[in-house]
Design a protein around this ligand. Sequence first.
Ligand SMILES: [Zn+2]
Length: 169
Amino acid sequence: MGDVLLLNADAQPTSYLPLSVINWKEAITYVWMDKVVVLDWYDDWMVRSPNWETKVPAVVMLKQMQRRRGRPRFSKTNLYIRDLYTCQYCNTTHTRKELTMDHVIPLSLGGKTTWENMVAACGPCNTLKGNKTRMKPKCKPYRPDYYDLVAKRKQLDMPIKHEAWRTYI
Ligand SMILES: [Zn+2]
């Protein structure tokens, strides 16, 4: 789980997909490599080794602008965000653990693993649907653009690890 908010050189999160959160080890590595500026620290969190000790950054900003991708790539996380963690068959929201990816047209019938043929489905619905096409998803699956996913990502709760994050999210 991530602890450090990573911002682009323009102080926007580098990616909302998922939100640019990296773990503290990565963040400290970036600091050492001089790739980031630290904007905020955890006051009460120190990490130590025999040779060094450091506070843990809460918010870091890249020194060099990182370009955004035009189209979000297909991934499980992005798919769940597009479908708002809602099973597309029974229309109830689920945690990530409870969800599965379902091929609307099953693989066995030539269905592809693409934005246009994949939906989020809970385990029971996925099992019920099996290799048939009788069950139809609530919404026709589509390929989202970056801003669509960003907007949806914002509708979902995200864990705020440090108050300073609110300034940038
Ligand atoms: Zn379901």
